[in-house]
Design a protein. Structure first.
Length: 575
């Protein structure tokens, strides 16, 4: 077996990869790039200069070295194999133990020319070692998967090492911070969440572990973590509290805070919430990317009819427009899009929110402060003295807020707000159940829009699939489209982390109040009766809108069923 102890120039020339002249030129260019801040390895730089992928480059080099080329994504590494190489050495040299056969350890490396790497690995393994080549990106993924996110950082901390929590100004987070280990680890957790497009990070203490989960596209995923993480639970949670300006001494009561960071030039607003649990404080971080909220109506996924109807509704001089759905269904995004669309010098727009999630230029936004008595109802009462044209109330939670909102709508203001109901027709019955007189509801509410978020199929691995017609009929897929519609799913790829989905889009149900519906509201009719009448007049339900997005190849049948299942159950219970 050849070894890399020959000169790099000689080996690469033998492999017909880089000629001696190219080596001299490219080496100088690589050093200049590294001095300028590039983290490119020598071989990845060479492969790019040659115009081939790193994988192709390493496969050819492996033949010359007589080393195997390892497809790490197809390898499952047992714990006893991983344990033969320490976290420190694995991350220091970017290597990954892959398999073990008859005591011989196979180790994947991306740069066989790394000084000291071969000796360090042979010393660590305490036995025979076979080296193989694999792309650096694949090795880094495997390190996170098997050793855990931030494992090399925690490995620097001894169990009894005193941890100094540094309080400083907000700074940019990168994936290479060189500060104190606990700070570096927290930065890495936030960095990873940002890279994975997570909206939430949850630190959940249990008896024998500290679990960290990310919510990506509405679904929770457990992040692989080093086994020793539990030992540093107290220090890590204290670090979050310091960053969020909380009281680190108070561990018995819930607290709220806020962190502002900048990642890759993007401003990220992080809302922090802590609650005490049996095994320590549970911490939730919500990541809000300021630049991603300014959406226009045409980017929210409305079909042309919905969009046209909404554009007419949001320019009305008065009335209430409600958006309904569970937490995390995109109601705030829709409301902000409405406000952004109608925002102009001629209109005075005031909002009261809990909290103000995104700051909109030209709009006066008031945060709720319940601790000092600034509730939705109190704030709304004072907003009406501020000569607004348009008012947005974050949520109608109680009778008092509902009464003031309706009074505002009846006295010439356009009011936007949200309600937690399963569908659009239920909003009317909810307001009446709160204690609002039916005639006030019928005369003030202009429209109700219910919505849910469905994951969209990853464009990189989108694949056509056959769906059984019996199954389609069973789930209520439109009969006229059975046999004609094409169906797709995500097969899973590196881009979407093998999930088959990337990103989300909303499905909608828009109920515009008509003269035919008003008598039903005045008679306190059930939501199911209202729904039936609205559908007769052309309303598309959430599931119907979902089927349209399935037919357009945007999402899958399973996603539509997942987010609309509860409504079906509610209807069955009501019947």
């Amino acid at each position: 077996m050849a070894t890399p102890f020959l000169s790099i120039k000689t080996l690469l020339n033998q492999a017909s990869l880089v000629s001696p002249e190219q080596f001299d030129t490219w080496s100088k260019q690589w050093r200049t790039a590294v001095d300028g801040g590039s983290d490119d390895s020598l071989l990845s730089f060479f492969s790019r200069e040659k115009g081939i992928t790193e994988e192709q480059f390493l496969e050819q080099l492996a033949k010359t070295l007589d080393w195997p080329f390892i497809q790490l994504q197809n390898v499952s590494v047992p714990p006893e194999v991983r344990a033969r190489i320490s976290t420190k050495v694995a991350f220091q040299y970017s290597i990954m133990p892959a398999t073990e056969e008859n005591g011989e350890l196979l180790v994947a490396v991306s740069n066989p020319f790394e000084p000291g790497m071969i000796n360090a690995v042979q010393y660590e393994a305490s036995g025979p070692v076979q080296f193989g080549l694999a792309p650096k990106a694949e090795i880094e993924k495997a390190l996170k998967k098997y050793y855990g996110v931030g494992a090399e950082t925690l490995d620097e901390l001894e169990e009894d090492e005193p941890i100094e929590l540094i309080v400083g100004e907000d700074k940019e987070i990168t994936d290479g911070d060189q500060e104190a280990s606990v700070i570096k680890f927290m930065n890495q957790i936030i960095w990873e969440a940002f890279q994975d497009r997570a909206t939430d990070i949850h630190f959940e203490p249990a008896e024998d572990e500290l679990r960290i989960r990310y919510r990506v596209d509405g679904i929770l995923h457990q992040a692989p973590m080093p086994p020793q993480l539990k030992r540093f639970q107290s220090a890590l949670i204290s670090r979050v509290k310091v960053m969020a300006g909380m009281d680190i001494a108070e561990k018995r009561l819930p607290q709220d805070g806020r962190i502002n960071v900048r990642i890759k030039g993007e401003e990220i607003d992080i809302r922090v919430s802590t609650v005490p649990t049996v095994y320590g404080e549970s911490v939730s971080l919500r990541l809000l990317t300021r630049g991603k909220i300014f959406l226009s109506l045409d980017k929210l996924g409305f079909d042309p009819d919905h969009e046209s109807a909404l554009r007419e509704l949001i320019v009305k001089p008065h009335g209430i427009i409600l958006v309904t759905g569970p937490t995390g269904s995109g109601k705030s995004t829709s409301l902000y899009a409405f406000l952004s669309t109608i925002n102009s010098v001629q209109k005075r727009i005031i909002t009261i929110e809990d909290p103000v999630e995104y700051e909109l230029k030209g709009i006066n936004q008031i945060p709720v402060r319940s601790d000092i008595g600034l509730t939705f109802a109190m704030g709304l009462r004072h907003i009406l003295r501020q000569d607004p044209n348009v008012v947005m109330v974050g949520e109608i939670r109680d009778l008092e807020t509902a009464e003031i909102a309706i009074r505002a709508a009846l006295t010439g203001h356009l009011v936007f707000s949200t309600l937690h109901t399963n569908d659009a027709p239920s909003a009317f019955t909810r307001l009446i159940d709160m204690g609002i007189e039916p005639f006030l509801v019928a005369s003030s509410v202009e429209a109700v829009m219910a919505q849910r978020l469905v994951r969209t199929i990853c464009k990189e691995c989108k694949t056509e699939q056959k769906v059984d017609e019996t199954y389609l009929r069973k789930i209520g897929f439109p009969e006229e489209d059975i046999g004609k519609a094409k169906f797709y799913y995500g097969a899973g790829c590196e881009t979407c982390h093998q999930l088959g989905y990337q990103g989300r889009i909303a499905i909608y149900e828009l109920l515009v109040l008509t003269e035919a519906l008003r008598p039903l509201i005045l008679n306190r009719s059930a939501a199911s009766t209202l729904a039936q009448k609205a559908m007769e007049q052309g309303m598309s339900t959430l599931r119907m809108d979902g089927w349209d997005k399935v037919k357009n190849g945007v999402t899958t049948i399973e996603e539509v069923l997942r987010v609309t299942q509860s409504e079906e159950h509610m209807e069955l219970l009501a019947d």
